[in-house]
Every structure is written in structure tokens, then in C-alpha cells.
Design a protein around this ligand. Structure first.
Ligand SMILES: Cc1cc2nc3c(=O)[nH]c(=O)nc-3n(C[C@H](O)[C@H](O)[C@H](O)COP(=O)(O)O)c2cc1C
Length: 239
């Protein structure tokens, strides 16, 4: 999955091609095997829907309805009393985005979470299907140095973070390296419009970060401290 981080891009034009039963089964298996960031089984409700079912879903918030892009399929993510639901929607959703890319499918996160979290059940959607695109990945991102402070021993961690998709490309996730700790924090906290969406973005960034750590065989534990994440890594491993 780590390699898919660099191949994924948001795609907004799709072929009408249907998914085979085999592909659907693989996606469903991936959904069943999802873990929350604290390693517990994922309790979010994540469903594969056709475009028509997605836009007719009564739980969809009206802003998302306005923003849907024409894609043959959607993943719909709903809360189901899940703890840190927005973070985990990003964390688990991005894992699926990367799994879909592995299966040759393109994606685009779609939606406006309620600007102020009123506990709504629907969180966000992910459009997907066979993308109608031949262009290569071109990122609009800040320079790599903008994403971190402190003594970074492995720039691959920051590179993976920088690739993360984010609402309106706002790129809120930043890291601070200190001793054997990486603190992941939201650098766009004052933004009242993107508020909840940026929390989803933080979950997405956390997944990119943990995939990079796994790829580098760095052991870690994650502790949430208010809205920051302290990722403790094993001493000396990421030199
Ligand atoms: C939480 C979230 C919501 C998003 N909502 C939309 C959307 O409603 N419509 C859209 O076209 N793109 C949406 N995007 C995609 C971003 O615009 C995209 O990730 C960003 O521009 C960076 O481009 P890239 O994903 O190709 O790297 C969303 C992304 C995230 C993470």
C-alpha cells in the first residue's frame, strides 16, 4: 500500500465500467479488515454504493449532495458511535483509497462534513471507479520543508505525509520531530469553514505517516493528546 501513496491522485472523470464480482469481494474484504488508528476493529459503517444509491441516501447531508461528482461508485462512511469518528473516517477511508488504487481503481474524496459537528451519522463519501485519465501525478503542494520541524532522521516519513489528499488542498497536517517522538498536529486550526474536514484530513495524514513507518520497519505507538497525535518510535530505528 505504501507505494500507492505516490500513485494516487484525485480523479474526477470516470468510465462507466462496472466492477467485477471479484473486485467487489476484494473491496468488501478490505472493509471488514479495517482497523481504527488505535488498532481496534473498525466500527464505522462503510458501504459500497452505486452513484444513484449514494445520491438518494437520506442520510447524505445537503452540502455533500451539491458536491457529488459523477462516478459509478461511492464508498459511504457513517459514524455508528465510533470514537474519534472524523479522524478514523480519514484513517480508514484512506486505507481503502490506497487499496482501491492497488486494484487499478481511482478515487476522489467527496463532501462537506457538517461544518460544525452536530453528531450527524453521515461523515463523508469517496467517489471511485475506473478513472478516465492518462495524465501523470502532478502534486500541488508546499515545499517539503514546510511540513516538518525538528530533527527529522528519515525524510521518507515527511514525503508520505506531503502526498496526503486534503479538503480544498488545505494540507493541514504537519509534524514535529523530537527525540524519538513525532508529533502530528493541525496547522490550519483557525479555519472555521474547513474545521471538520481538516479533522478527516488529519486522519488521512496519520494513515500515510503510519504506512511510511511500517514501510521503514519502525515500531511505534500512537497516543492522542487533545487534537494532536504523539507517535513514539523505537529509539534509533529511524536513523
Ligand atoms: C476530506 C476531503 C474532502 C474533499 N472533498 C472534495 C470535493 O468535494 N470535491 C472534489 O472535487 N475534491 C475533493 N477533495 C479532493 C481534494 O481537492 C484533493 O485531495 C486535493 O486537491 C489534492 O489533490 P490530490 O488528491 O490529487 O493530491 C477532498 C479531499 C478530502 C481529503
Amino acid at each position: 500500500m505504501y507505494n500507492q501513496i505516490f500513485k494516487r491522485k484525485s480523479v474526477r472523470k470516470y468510465h462507466d465500467k462496472e466492477l467485477s464480482g471479484d473486485i467487489i469481494q476484494k473491496i468488501e474484504e478490505s472493509i471488514v479488515n479495517l482497523k481504527l488508528y488505535n488498532n481496534k476493529a473498525c466500527t464505522l459503517i462503510i458501504e459500497i454504493m452505486t452513484y444513484d444509491d449514494f445520491i438518494r441516501d437520506k442520510k447524505l447531508n445537503f452540502i455533500t449532495k451539491k458536491m457529488v461528482i459523477k462516478a459509478p461508485y461511492y464508498l459511504s462512511i457513517k459514524r455508528n458511535h465510533t470514537e474519534d469518528a472524523y479522524i478514523n473516517a480519514g484513517y480508514c477511508g484512506e486505507e481503502l483509497v490506497l487499496k482501491l488504487k492497488e486494484l487499478g481503481l481511482d478515487t476522489c474524496w467527496v463532501g462537506a462534513a457538517n461544518v460544525f459537528d452536530r453528531g450527524a451519522e453521515f461523515i463523508i463519501g469517496i467517489a471511485f471507479g475506473y478513472g478516465d485519465t492518462t495524465s501523470s501525478v502532478v502534486r500541488k503542494r508546499d515545499p517539503l520543508e514546510a511540513y516538518y520541524q525538528g530533527d527529522c532522521n528519515n525524510i521518507k516519513i515527511v514525503e508520505a505525509l506531503r502526498e496526503a489528499p486534503s479538503a480544498k488542498n488545505s494540507q493541514p497536517a504537519r509534524v514535529l520531530f523530537k527525540n524519538n517522538e513525532i508529533t502530528l498536529y493541525n496547522n490550519n486550526k483557525g479555519d472555521r469553514i474547513l474545521k471538520d474536514l481538516n479533522v478527516i484530513d488529519m486522519g488521512i495524514a496519520l494513515r500515510h505517516l503510519t504506512l511510511a513507518l511500517d514501510y521503514l520497519s519502525i515500531e511505534y505507538t500512537i497516543v492522542k493528546n487533545k487534537d494532536e497525535f504523539i507517535i513514539k518510535t523505537k529509539a534509533g530505528k529511524h536513523e
